[in-house]
Design a protein around this ligand. Structure first.
Ligand code: DON
Length: 570
């Protein structure tokens, strides 16, 4: 086994020739995110005496400035909070999930989009949850004043920051697009004075700074009932969107009990529905626990086989059963060990299951980027795993007039054509059809892992339906293969989402994996060729900014797959 693990570590080390930020250690506090400015803003809040949740609010708002692709105040997400150690208490810590998923406007019904094809624009915008979610988390677990945690975002937007090559090229591509719509997007994101954005240019967003200042001065309610709400409603009326004043005033974030399971003596916690991601993760772990994963070794066809077969089954159950729990009952068996045992016993260990045989009547759509995840631990061991999103990169592309921020296109996460499921990728299963006031189903899966009441791992990722697969990989790499934070994040990632019946593998078709891939193909597994390949010939899955705690030391590993993130330790 040791040999298998050291071979694996060697392969991991030789992975893609991309600059990878170093693993950072600290005993006092750590913030890991996609954006160096946002990580630094979070660390600064910790240094001011803020809790992990204070830092999380600051990071989330800073990302809305520095990572407009997915950082947001106009979207939604899920925040897992590990409470600070209660002094004198021997009760095990009870993590909570702050759920701030977007919601369907009252004007829309189950078949409102039956004939709709456009995936961007005002009609695709769900009622945003981010500000309500951050405010709720802050109210429950914040130590600093609200205005204090909003301050870094105001500064970054007002003074500007130096953009990197990835943001420069994205803005050139997006703002330069001749599409007639989205003129406000172009006005806000076109380089002042003309010409193309270059890496190192300063992006100043004065209108966004004013919006952040309104949030700071008038409080988070200004987004739902005050000045910002009025700007959103005006934008909806001008562009034919559906969100009304009443929709905004009625929005609520929720504190929800996480889903959880035990896995080889560790406790795993992740968001409950309306995200399917946590339930999928638990189902996969419960299946994998039936196998000697450590003994099989990470590069064995037997391990990869049971890994992808667990993903296939959990994804199928997602499509069949999952939606907003306030509208549709979610079977409790999805989290049960007995059910996982039954599934693992039915699993053919020598042949790939054909996905259609699990449920011949239903199929899946593909899902575009982008989302972002960050992880934080403070000096009192309070931790936050937060994933939030605009859905697509830059969401609906609608920037609220004069307010400088983007709105999501999360309505595309509902099943738009009830009952219509096709082999070409439409899903029409009932639990996730649209209804007024309903949350659309998500894959987001910010995750906390502990052992005997002590926090071990804080992780999560973007990547649409690949999210639970990415998180599963990180968790298994840490628990079963004893990898470090850096190695667990760097290891090549696997994904299967039931349909299309294809394995996605980051290193397909790398020569050093040829034998493994050949053996899997012999077992009947099919591989995805229709993925976007990057300059080095390989696809990348997710962006898992992770903190691992060993012997009281925080090890932060920023992922490098989207852009160079930063682990900021104190
Ligand atoms: O919540 C969800 O499941 C998706 N809308 C997330 C989209 C996403 O992760 C795209 N990211 N890269």
């Amino acid at each position: 086994m040791l040999l298998a693990c050291s071979l694996w570590i060697g392969l991991v080390a030789s992975l893609l020739a991309v600059d990878r930020p170093p693993e950072v250690t600290s005993e006092k506090g750590m913030v890991v995110s996609v954006s160096p400015e946002a990580s630094d803003a979070g660390l600064d809040i910790l240094k001011q005496g803020g809790s992990a949740v204070d830092a999380a609010v600051a990071v989330a708002l800073a990302l809305a400035v520095t990572f407009p692709e997915a950082g947001n105040i106009g979207g939604g997400g899920f925040m897992m909070v590990w409470p600070a150690n209660a002094k004198g208490s021997d009760q095990p810590a009870q993590p909570v999930c702050i759920e701030y998923r977007e919601t369907c406007p009252a004007a829309l019904k189950r078949d409102s989009f039956v004939n709709e094809r456009r995936q961007e624009g005002h009609h695709t915008i769900g009622i945003p949850g981010t500000v309500a979610g951050l405010a709720l988390a802050h109210e429950k677990c914040g130590k600093l004043k609200w205005a204090q945690v909003v301050a870094p975002a105001i500064l970054l937007a007002h003074e500007g920051f130096h953009i990197d090559a990835a943001l420069a090229s994205a803005l050139n591509r997006m703002a330069g697009s001749p599409t007639a719509n989205f003129s406000e997007f172009r006005r806000v994101f076109t380089k002042p004075g003309g010409g193309e954005w270059q890496s190192g240019d300063r992006l100043i967003q004065r209108e966004l700074a004013q919006t952040m200042k309104t949030l700071a001065d008038d409080g988070p309610d200004s987004f739902y009932r005050g000045r910002i709400a009025e700007q959103i409603v005006a934008e909806m009326q001008a562009g034919g969107g559906f969100i009304t004043r009443e929709d905004l005033a009625g929005y609520r974030a929720h504190v929800r009990k996480p889903v959880s399971t035990s896995y080889r003596g560790y406790d795993i916690y992740a968001p409950p529905p309306p995200s399917a991601g946590g339930t999928q993760l638990m189902e996969c772990l419960n299946i994998l626990e039936q196998f000697d994963v450590n003994g099989l070794g990470p590069k064995s066809p037997q391990f990869v086989h049971v890994l992808v077969e667990s993903m296939r089954r959990a994804s199928c159950d997602r499509v069949r059963h999952m939606g907003d729990p306030d509208f549709t009952p979610i079977p409790v068996k999805l989290l049960s060990k007995d059910y996982a045992k039954q599934l693992s016993e039915q699993l053919d260990l020598s042949r790939a299951t054909r996905s259609e045989s699990l449920a011949p009547d239903i199929t899946l759509t593909d899902e575009p980027p982008s989302t972002t995840h960050f992880s934080i631990v403070d000096g009192h061991c309070m931790a936050v795993a937060n994933t939030y999103t605009l859905q697509n990169s830059y969401g609906s592309r609608v920037v609220v007039g004069g307010a400088g921020f983007l709105l999501n296109n999360e309505m595309t996460d509902f099943n738009w054509r009830p009952g219509v499921t096709t082999t070409r990728g439409q899903v029409g299963t009932e639990p996730n059809v649209m209804a007024p006031g309903k949350r659309m189903l998500s894959s987001q899966c910010p995750t906390l892992v502990s052992r005997e009441g002590k926090l071990l791992l804080v992780t999560g990722s973007p990547g649409g339906r690949t999210i639970p697969s990415t998180v599963l990989g990180v968790v298994v790499n840490v628990i079963d293969f004893s990898l470090s934070a850096r190695e667990a994040v760097d290891a090549p990632r696997w994904h299967h989402q039931w349909l299309p019946d294809r394995i996605q593998f980051e290193r397909h078709p790398a020569p050093d994996y040829a034998e493994l891939l050949r053996q899997l193909q012999q077992q009947g597994h099919l591989f995805s060729d229709d993925v976007k390949r990057l300059g080095d010939g390989y696809q990348r899955q997710g962006d898992a900014h992770t903190i691992l705690i060993r012997h009281g030391v925080l090890h932060g590993a920023a992922d490098w797959r989207r852009t160079v993130g930063k682990a900021a330790g104190w």
